[in-house]
Design a protein around this ligand. Structure first.
Ligand code: SF4
Length: 219
C-alpha cells in the first residue's frame, strides 16, 4: 500500500497523553473536514500536480502542499537511514484515516515502534489492535460512533464555551468505557479558550493539552 506523505520528521509530541514523548511524525496528505482554524491547511488537497519524489519530500525545509507516495518499507527505510532514535510513531494529517493504516502500523510494530494515530474520527479507523487512537472530534463534521468507541483518548479542541456541547454527547457514548482519557486543548493558544479549558478541566477532573511544541517553537 502506498501512502501520500506530506512530511516525516522527528520531534517531541506536544499534545495529549503522549506529550513530551520523542516521536517520529508521519503526516499524510488529504483532509475533507476543513476546520476554519486548522493549522495544517496545506494538507487538505491531494492534487497530482503537487506530487514530488520522496527524496525531495524528506528534504523539505518548509511545510507546503507537496507530497510523495511511499510504502511501509520505504517509510521504515527513511527512519533507519535518518538514524532517528524515537520509538514512538505518530501518524497524523490531514486526516490519516482516509487511508487503510493496518499495513503501516503492523510493519512499524514488527520493528518495535509504538504507533499512535491522530484522527478526527470522521473516517473508518483501520489499524493494528495495539495502535493508540487519539480522537480529536470536530464540531463541523461529526465523528463516527465506531471511532468514538475505538479511541484511547479524546483530545477535544475548544475555542468557545459552546464547543463543549458536542463533547457532552460524545461522552454519553463512552460512559461505560474505562481508561479513556479526556483532554481539553485550547485552539491556537487563544487566551480565552485556555481559561475555559483550565476551569473545565479542574471542575471535571479532565486533563489540559497545551500544544507544548508551539510554545517551544519546534516542529
Ligand atoms: S481535521 Fe485536522 S487536518 Fe483536517 S481540517 Fe480539521 S484540524 Fe485540519
Amino acid at each position: 500500500m502506498h501512502y501520500p506523505i506530506n512530511e516525516i520528521f522527528q520531534t517531541i509530541q506536544g499534545e495529549g497523553y503522549y506529550a513530551g514523548t520523542p516521536s517520529i511524525f508521519i503526516r499524510l496528505q488529504g483532509c475533507p473536514v476543513h476546520c476554519k482554524w486548522c493549522d495544517t491547511k496545506y494538507t487538505w488537497e491531494c492534487n497530482n500536480q503537487d506530487q514530488i519524489s520522496y527524496e525531495k519530500m524528506i528534504m523539505k525545509k518548509k511545510s507546503n502542499r507537496t507530497w510523495s507516495y511511499m510504502n511501509s518499507k520505504e517509510i521504515i527505510l527513511i527512519i533507519k537511514t535518518k538514524k532517528w532514535t524515537a520509538k514512538h510513531v505518530v501518524i497524523t494529517g490531514g486526516e490519516p484515516c482516509l487511508y487503510d493504516l493496518l499495513e503501516i502500523t503492523k510493519e512499524l510494530e514488527k520493528k518495535d515502534y509504538k504507533c499512535q494515530i491522530e484522527t478526527s474520527g470522521t473516517e473508518l479507523i483501520r489499524c493494528s489492535l495495539n495502535t493508540w487512537i487519539t480522537l480529536s472530534p470536530k464540531t463541523n463534521k461529526k465523528a463516527l460512533n465506531t471511532s468514538i468507541l475505538r479511541s484511547n483518548e479524546i483530545k477535544y479542541p475548544v475555542l468557545k464555551e459552546e464547543d463543549l456541547f458536542y463533547l457532552k454527547s460524545i461522552l454519553k457514548k463512552i460512559k461505560n468505557k474505562k481508561n479513556n482519557f479526556i483532554f481539553l486543548q485550547p485552539i491556537s493558544q487563544n487566551e480565552e479558550a485556555l481559561n475555559i479549558c483550565i476551569k473545565t478541566c479542574i471542575i471535571k477532573n479532565w486533563r489540559l493539552s497545551i500544544q507544548i511544541h508551539k510554545y517551544l517553537k519546534i516542529q
